[in-house]
Design a protein around this ligand. Sequence first.
Ligand SMILES: [Zn+2]
Ligand SMILES: [Zn+2]
Ligand SMILES: [Zn+2]
Length: 135
Amino acid sequence: MNVQEALEVLKDNGYKYTGKRKDIIDFFSKENRYRTAKDLLQYMEPNYNGISFDTIYRNLHLYNELGILEATELNGEKHFRMKCDHHHHHHFICKECGITKEIRHCPMDVINSELSNFEIEDHKFEIYGRCPECQ
Ligand SMILES: [Zn+2]
Ligand SMILES: [Zn+2]
Ligand SMILES: [Zn+2]
């Protein structure tokens, strides 16, 4: 998802376009990796004096619900990144810097045969570790 698409999603769901909301989207678009609420707060603070952790968290959850961001738990803390919107794939996620690498093979291709009598609704698959830069 790019900045323009994210702003459209906000508009389509009746959320007002504000500088703050756009700055949050800009942050995740520029970072292009998993970041925490704390990272976002640090980025916002110079421009929004006194912005609360609560405001940051509320927006992150809203964006997650609207499908603008995706979330995962890393090192016991919730992390967010701009949601991918193209073809089905999975991610390797670096626990140090939060970058992701796309994995195009889906393990369900192999697993499906073991679940032939079951109705599968959805699945999640992520690999965690350290990227070449962080090793
Ligand atoms: Zn992706
Ligand atoms: Zn890394
Ligand atoms: Zn898959």
